[in-house]
Design a protein around this ligand. Structure first.
Ligand code: CA
Length: 310
């Protein structure tokens, strides 16, 4: 985030100095900046590898202004949402933009929806990619083993916070972000998502597995995702995702989220040949060779936003 803000500041200084930025009015040149919001155990960049692998640069190459945010790797939707709100206001101050286009992956979907719920005037659109909008069956299974308030849950959550979460946030240069794996699990469960949706219903389908409202309080809502847990023989995460997909009782899913839970606003598609990590072009570009590349989906979506005047 800090690096992104500095980069943007230099870009603005360059324009003031008469240096034209190296971008042409193009395919992905949206009216409002695109702000990317990561999921559980996510980050902006670690050891030079971006969470949104090769996505920001592809969008920037054809004209989009892109900001990669970082919120707590594991925390409640509301805590992450407040952190994101602060960063959105910083981005608006830097760019002079009056609104932003939020794109969230996984837990980043509801995190983005928090902003459009509390401050719709700041948001042109919310796009949920593999978003946990109505909970995750896998999170429910974990919650079943680790009920809220149990001594075992406290020990496991504290251990996760002190190890995995601390490692991710430390390596990405944000060691001081608040950590609460138990709150994250609650937010990602069906019960937690239902409670969140009661407060922040915009764009969420009211029943079944259909589209939600596409325009609420001036905010456009979109979603897409995959439903193939195993897509690439060489990606080491595909095996574990195949195992976690077994918790979905036959429902279409991407290994961690059911296709129905992904639905928000205008559903572009939730049956791409992609698993949960393919959706952000991970692991390092190892995705299905039989599907449209995920980077291209982001480019197409930026163009969709541009065409909608967003
Ligand atoms: Ca992959």
């Amino acid at each position: 985030m800090k690096k992104t803000l500095i980069t943007a500041a230099f870009a603005i200084l360059g324009v003031l100095a008469g240096v034209q930025p190296a971008m042409a009015a193009g395919y992905t040149q949206t009216k409002y900046p695109i702000v990317l919001v990561h999921g559980l155990f996510g980050f902006d960049s670690i050891l030079g590898i971006d969470y949104w692998y090769r996505i920001p640069e592809a969008l920037r190459a054809d004209g989009a202004q892109v900001f990669v945010t970082q919120v707590s790797a594991a925390n409640s939707t509301e805590v992450r949402g407040e952190q994101l709100l602060t960063q959105v206001k910083q981005i608006m101050a830097i760019t002079g933009a009056t609104k932003v286009n939020l794109i969230g992956h996984s837990h980043g979907g509801p995190t983005a929806r928090y902003i459009s719920g509390v401050a719709p005037e700041l948001v042109a659109s919310v796009t949920s990619v593999g978003g946990v909008n109505r909970g995750s069956d896998f999170a429910d299974a974990v919650r079943g083993v680790l009920p809220d308030g149990s001594p075992l849950t406290s020990i496991v959550a504290a251990t996760v916070d002190a190890t995995l979460t601390a490692l991710i946030e430390g390596l990405s240069g944000q060691p001081d972000l608040p950590k609460d794996a138990n709150a994250a699990l609650t937010s990602l469960s069906t019960a937690g998502s239902t409670a969140f949706n009661a407060k922040f219903p915009d764009g969420v389908p009211t029943s079944g597995c259909g589209n939600g409202a596409t325009l609420v309080n001036g905010v456009r809502y979109y979603s897409w995702g995959g439903s193939t847990p195993y897509t690439n023989l060489f990606d080491p995460i595909d095996g574990p995702l195949l195992l976690t997909s077994a918790f979905f009782n036959g429902k279409a899913n991407d290994g961690l989220v059911s296709a129905c839970s992904m639905n928000l606003g205008q559903v572009i598609r939730t049956n791409y040949i992609m698993n949960h990590l393919d959706e952000v072009n991970q692991t390092v570009g190892l995705v299905s060779i039989w599907e449209t590349n995920p980077v291209e989906l982001f480019r197409q979506h930026a163009n969709r936003l541009k065409s909608a005047g967003l």
